[in-house]
Design a binder for this molecule. Structure first.
Ligand code: PLP
Length: 438
């Protein structure tokens, strides 16, 4: 009730801060989805976070299912992660020289993900995918890349490309500023469409440098791969000498310790990492087979670099977090929490007569307002009821539950979410579903 009482004041404070932000920051935000665009309300300004909770500038508490978009898998402000950073802080922030902690991180990643023989640290998921694509092109001497509609791999030029009119036509830039001459090297196919992949490789397989894929799609809500999809990608890449890149920026260390590749038992040639690997600090990484990775500078001719890459504080945070995830049963318990939440949400939606389904893998999940029984691709995801989502999101926010502010983002569970937090979420959802009929 405090939350409801505070709602007016809180809206005013966040609205005022948002207005101030908009003066000198484009759209008031440093990353677009934070702006709550299309939700008809200003974003909530957060002051601090602890465990499963966010606290806004008014002191209101929200059960958080965004987790800073994925990194906070053990909850916010994890004492062991903060402690690891604090311990290194007084040594200095950055040296631009090799540090021993970078080797510790590389050894840890290679030990956890068997397909990675060598790894290079970068500062974001975008850098990881951009560099992996360059490496795949440099390694194969080919220009064309294949990606899937609704998969997001960061904002580099080659990856901001949508499908042309037919599956095998040249891609079109999906943002002004991306040259058409670059976009034409990107082929965009429908996710989970095995036939389209096979047809594409039969026609131009020998020109394709790589396939890049989210092994569980988490940027068009949450869409798991259909049986046979990842297997087909592996098979055609092997057959045509193309590099298979799994973008595990979101799924890495989340759907299983070894990522989606461990969960589904498919080995990519290169893997991109981000989010959890930095424990909440700005970190990404890409790695994979030795013969490919040895082509990067300074060993090989494919250039890649970074002033702050492998930053010691960021490594300390990431290592502390990854180390915690090795606790036996960690991912099973996380998946169990996701099951409890999703099952409870479906039950309450059914009882309220709302068409809603859930999909999830390990520690990630999605809600779809649809009468379909499953959602397997972008066209189906975008056919869901966006208005029902918007109203459900708003009602949940007023109830003190922070879901991703977009119908096309996955939800993230953390080990800090207690059964009571999940029950609170389900009670809130029951009231929110009731409102959808009004
Ligand atoms: N790849 C995937 C699968 C992502 O989900 C994201 C970001 O959400 C990225 C790449 C880009 O990462 P970053 O935002 O750190 O640049």
């Amino acid at each position: 009730s405090t939350l409801r009482d505070c709602k007016e004041a809180h809206m005013t404070t966040s609205a005022t801060l948002f207005e101030q932000a908009c003066r000198h920051i484009p759209g008031g935000v440093n990353s677009p989805v934070r702006a709550f665009k299309g939700l008809h309300r200003p974003p909530i300004f957060i002051e601090r976070a602890q465990g499963a909770y966010l606290y806004d500038v008014e002191g209101n508490r929200y059960v958080d299912y965004v987790g800073s978009w994925g990194p906070m898998i053990t909850g916010h402000a994890d004492p062991e992660v903060l402690g690891a950073v604090r311990e290194r802080l007084d040594n200095g922030l950055s040296f631009g020289t090799p540090t021993a902690i970078e080797t510790t991180m590389a050894d840890l990643i290679c030990g956890m993900i068997p397909s990675i023989d060598m790894v290079r640290m970068v500062n974001s998921g975008t850098e990881a995918t951009m560099s992996a694509i360059r490496l795949a092109r440099g390694f194969t001497g080919r220009d064309k890349i294949v990606k899937f509609e609704g998969n997001y791999h960061g904002h580099s030029d080659s990856l901001l490309v949508k499908a042309g009119s037919g599956a095998l036509t040249h891609g079109e830039p999906s943002s002004p500023g991306v040259p058409a001459s670059l976009a034409e090297h990107t082929i965009t196919l429908s996710y989970n469409d095995v036939d389209a992949v096979e047809a594409c490789f039969e026609e131009i397989g020998s020109e394709i440098a790589c396939i890049i894929v989210e092994p569980v799609a988490g940027n068009m809500n949450c869409i798991p791969p259909l049986p046979g999809f990842l297997e087909t990608l592996r098979r055609v890449c092997t057959e045509y000498g193309s590099v298979l890149i799994f973008d595990e920026v979101m799924t890495g260390f989340r759907v299983a310790m070894g990522g989606a590749q461990a969960h589904f038992g498919i080995e990519p040639d290169l893997t991109c990492l981000g989010k959890i690997v930095g424990g909440g600090m700005p970190v990404g990484a890409f790695g994979g087979k030795r013969d490919i990775m040895e082509r990067i500078s300074p060993l090989g001719p494919v250039y890649q670099a970074g002033t702050l890459s492998g930053n010691p504080l960021a490594m300390a945070a990431g290592i502390a977090l990854l180390t915690k995830l090795r606790e036996p049963g960690f991912h099973d318990a996380l998946a169990q929490r996701v099951d409890t939440l999703c099952h409870g949400l479906r039950e309450r939606a059914d009882a309220a007569g709302i068409d809603m389904i859930t999909q999830g893998v390990g520690g990630m999940f999605g809600l779809f307002f649809t009468g379909q029984t499953r959602v397997d691709n972008f066209a189906q995801a975008t056919a869901c009821d966006a208005d029902a989502f918007r109203r459900f999101f708003a009602a949940m926010l007023d109830e003190g539950v922070y879901l991703a502010p977009s119908a096309y983002e996955a939800g993230f569970m953390s080990s800090a979410h207690t059964p009571e937090d999940i029950q609170l979420t389900l009670d809130a959802a029951e009231r929110a579903f009731a409102q959808l009929h009004q």
